[in-house]
Ligand binder design. Structure first.
Ligand code: ADP
Length: 178
């Protein structure tokens, strides 16, 4: 059977804390102690138990990922990953790709079948969305090609503009893959 990775990726617009998926990914910072943006929203929605779990883990280096339960969220797990602060250097893309791959690997190891990512690093960390979308989608395709347990990867964008960028990115990659 053809394992079409493009059928396993989806774009949605909204609030990631509302999703009933197996895992949502948090764009955390290295301290894992919560922060602004999507990180703050996830901690508020998950409740104080999430911070307790994060405290037990300690710090997380940029590009790596850690997993906790979803606590009060509908999602069973939260995967916390730390994106790079955008610097314009090639290292940014490597670190951002590592966030996606490490999060997906951790998800697969924990039996996750459906997972949603926000636009990691595209808020306060300043990564341009068009560049980040390419990295995110490429890393996800590469992972899904070698994995059959993850059924759906949702790119959950906060705005229609960002979703349009992701849509174009996926379309152009799909065309060049055909
Ligand atoms: P970073 O520090 O990695 O840049 P931010 O939280 O500042 O993380 O932003 C990452 C992305 O998450 C931005 O595109 C922002 O618009 C988006 N975002 C903020 N809140 C939410 C939310 N509740 N659900 C989904 N995406 C969100």
């Amino acid at each position: 059977m053809r394992n079409n990775v493009f059928d396993r990726m989806e774009i949605q617009i909204g609030d990631i804390t509302k999703l009933a998926v197996d895992a949502i990914v948090n764009a955390a910072n290295q301290t894992l102690k919560g922060g602004g943006g999507v990180d703050g929203a996830i901690h508020r929605a998950a409740g104080p138990q999430l911070l307790d779990e994060c405290r037990k883990i300690g710090e997380c280096p940029t590009g790596e990922a850690r997993i906790t339960r979803g606590c009060n969220l509908d999602a069973k797990y939260v995967i916390h990953t730390v994106g790079p602060v955008y610097s314009g250097k090639p290292q940014d893309a490597e670190l951002l790709a590592a966030c996606y791959k490490n999060s997906l690997r951790l998800a697969a190891e924990n039996g996750v079948r459906t997972i949603a990512f926000p636009a990691i690093s595209c808020g306060v960390y300043g990564y341009p969305v068009n560049e980040a979308a390419k990295v995110a989608v490429e890393a996800t395709i590469e992972f899904l090609k070698n994995n059959s347990s993850i059924e759906k990867v949702i790119f959950l964008l906060f705005s229609e503009q960002d979703a349009a960028v992701y849509r174009k990115t996926i379309e152009s990659m799909q065309e060049s893959a055909e």
